[in-house]
Design a protein around this ligand. Sequence first.
Ligand code: PLP
Length: 359
Amino acid sequence: DRKMKVHNFNAGPSVLPNEVLYKASKALIDFDGTGMSILEIGHRTPYFMAVMDEARSLARELMQLDDDFEVMFLHGGASTQFMQVPMNLLDSGETAAIIDTGVWSSKAIKETKNFGFVDVIASSKDANYTYIPKNYTIPPQAKYLHLTSNNTIYGTQYHSFPQTDVPVVVDMSSDILSRQLDYNQFSLIYAGVQKNMGAAGATMVAVRKSMLGKVSRKIPTILDYNQHIENGSMLNTPPVFAIYISMLTLRWLKGQGGLAGIEKLNEKKAALLYDEIDHNPLFRGTVAKEDRSLMNVCFIMDKPELEEEFVKFCKKEDIVGIKGHRLSGGFRASLYNALPMESVEVMVEAMKYFSLKKV
Ligand code: PLP
């Protein structure tokens, strides 16, 4: 039996909707009455093809992508995209402009350098990545601009995106499908699905076809977006279970009123927690207010000697996963799509109670 009470603030893999987990656990034994587990059916059977088709079309529908986009589910995590993006889009001799907002964009910078030039046009490293840079010029000759829409480790998030003629590539691993956006303003969107739209093992890539086929290098088949598109994300055996969980999570998301519905809930959750951080004398937010992430809420205590005790106290209250990333310390509460409002209410109660005892 699953312990229903645990309030799971993990940064990813992270909380999934109960109804997704129930359905998936049934499918592990008998997938839709086939007499076979979802793990036992062939990926080219009509059963699994229907799962893949539905996952791709739900992702497209929720983001309202225009016809130029192709949606793929691939292996390798978002980390593979750090190199697969430039391999497919950037010719040697060309330049990618990249905004450095932390560890994940730094990794993109490192891998991109293997394929072409990189112009780091802005960075918030000077303040341990606690804000989103606003002042920069995007070189018009750049092949594309790469940015990380939500910075999982530091808790910063873009609340508006640069308006530019340069194609924008975005790593949305930690805020994909969490809010309404004009997703068509981007030219390539990628995300590991394990935070907001499924289970670890699959990566979603949505790319404009018009961006592809323009580099002169030979791209290994398994890394070539065009090959994956032509083969409907079935170029080789896909991560079937991760894609199945993703499809169920996307169905659930649609049932929540799509991105309009989930955005409302995500805004409420974040507002409640930030409000407590701002008013509780024991806690303090670490990020520039206008750049605060609705997904990863980072905060510290003025009395760091109490941090360990607070984590233990939370654990007793079935609140898990709030320790900050080792690079930024303090606390990080991740409020992804599937985290219920009730979990944030319990967390806020715990902060109030702990503070009354200590202040
Ligand atoms: N990009 C961002 C913003 C992330 O938060 C992460 C992981 O947490 C990654 C990339 C790397 O993803 P993966 O572990 O799927 O390679």
